[in-house]
Design a protein around this ligand. Sequence first.
Ligand code: BGP
Length: 487
Amino acid sequence: MGRFPENFLWGGATAANQFEGGVNEGGKGLSVPDVMTGGTKTQPRHVTDKILPKYHYPSHEAVDFYHRYKEDIALYNEMGFRCFRMSINWTRLFPNGDEQEPNQAGIDFYRNVFIECQKYNIQPLVTISHYELPFHLAKEYGGWANRKIMDFFLRYCKVLFTEFKGLVHYWLTFNEINILQMGAYGNLMGGGILPPGEDTKVGVLADLDTSWDNEQRRYTALHYQLVASAKAVKMAHEIDPENKVGCMLLSRIAYPYTCKPDDVLKGQQVMQTANYYCGDVQVRGAYPAFAKRLWKEKKIEIPFAKGDKEALKEGTVDFFTFSYYSSSTATDDPNVPVANGNMMRGPANPYLEQSQWGWTIDPKGLRYLLNEFYGRWQIPLMIVENGLGAEDKVEEDGSIHDEYRIAYMKEHIKQMAEAVEDGVELMGYTVWGCTDLVSAGTGEMEKRYGLVYVDKDNNGKGTLERRRKDSFYWYQKVIKSNGENLD
Ligand code: BGP
C-alpha cells in the first residue's frame, strides 16, 4: 500500500460567495457577503447596510461559476479530482431566509452542478453555511444571535437533504464555526451580526474595528449554531442513512513562544479555546470541562434551552474537517512582533517564513495538528482548506509558473503522509480556491490560491477566462499517483 489510502479524497475547495457570482440571477436574494466591499492587503473592506454605487462588491460576479460550472468541473476532472468542496448560497434557495417554500430556480442550479460532478465521478462535499447568512435575517433578526434563525436554517437543511438525496453524500454544516469566537469577522461572516452604522470599515490586516463587538452576543450565536449543527446532523442521517456529516473548524496552533511555563500554559489555553471548545461539542456532544471557567472569566451565560444538551449529544459528527494555512505562537510578552494569519493575528514565529500576506508557512504544523486532533477525537479527519495565497504573473505565452505554490503544497502533502504513517485516519485533502476566487479576508482577486488562473483583477476587470497554471499539471500527477509522486 502507498502512503495514502486508495479511496483518498483528493480535490479542491470553494465557497459560493467567493466563487459563484450571479447575484441577481435565478431569484437569488442578498447575503451578508454581498454587502461587503472589495479591499486589499492594505485597504480594509467595508460592510454597508445596502448596496452603495460608489463601491465594488466582489461577490456579485465573483468568478462566475454560476455560468461556468461545466467548464470548471471539467477542469477538475482533468486534474483527477475525486472530491469538490463547494457551498450552497442559502439565498438561492430562500432569498430572504424566512420564506416557507424554497425557490425552485436555486434548487435546479445546484442539482445541475451535482449532476455534472456525478458525470465525472467527483464527490461533492457541500458546506451548508459558508459565511453566507441571508442579509434579511441579519438585518431584521440580528443574525445568529437570534434563536429563531435555527428554525430557518433547519428548514433550509431539510430542503437540501431531501432534494439532493443520492446526489450528495458528504456535508459540512458550518464553515469555520469557531470564527464566532473572534471579533469583527466572527460577527459578520460567522454570525451575520451587522455593525450598527451604514458604512463600517472592517479588515483583518488593518484598522480592525471591534468597537461594536459584544462577546456575550457572539457566544450566544455560537451556541445556537452548535445546536443547529447537531440537529442538522441528526436530520441528515434520518433522511438518508448514507449521509456523512462533518464539522469544520478554523484550526489554530499556538506554540509556546518559549519554554517558560507561562507561555506553555498560554499556548494550551489558546488551543483549548480555539480548537477544542467547538470541536468537543461537535465530536463528543458536550462542552468540554474547561468551558465553565472560560464562561466565568468572560462573564458569559450560555442560553441553554430545554433539549439543547440532548440535541448536542444526538448530533455528533461523522468526521472532523478543518482549514490549515499557518501557525502562530503564544506568549505574554507584548514586545514579540506580530504576524498575520487566517482571520487572526498572533505573535510571529522567528523560525518560519511568511507569505506575501504575512501568513507564516509551517508544513510541520499540519502533522502536529493532525496528531493532536486524531489523538483527541479518533474519528476520520479531512483537510478541507490549505493553500498559498500569492500574486501570479501571466507570461507572454500565457503560462503561469507558480513554483512557490507547488512548493507549499508539496511540503504540506509530505507532512500529511507523515501523519498517516503516525496512525492518523485521514480521508482527504481539498486545496483551497482550486480556481482563483475572491479572498474572504481582504475581498481582493489578486491574492490567488488557484491551480486554475482566472483573468480578473481587484477592480473587477477581466475576461474571466480560465488558464491552467504549472500547479495544475503538478497536482494532476500527484492525484494520479495517489500522493506518491510529488516531484
Ligand atoms: C478561510 C475561509 C475561506 C478562505 C480562506 C482563505 O477562512 O473559509 O473562505 O477565503 O480562509 O482566506 P483569505 O481568502 O482571506 O485568504
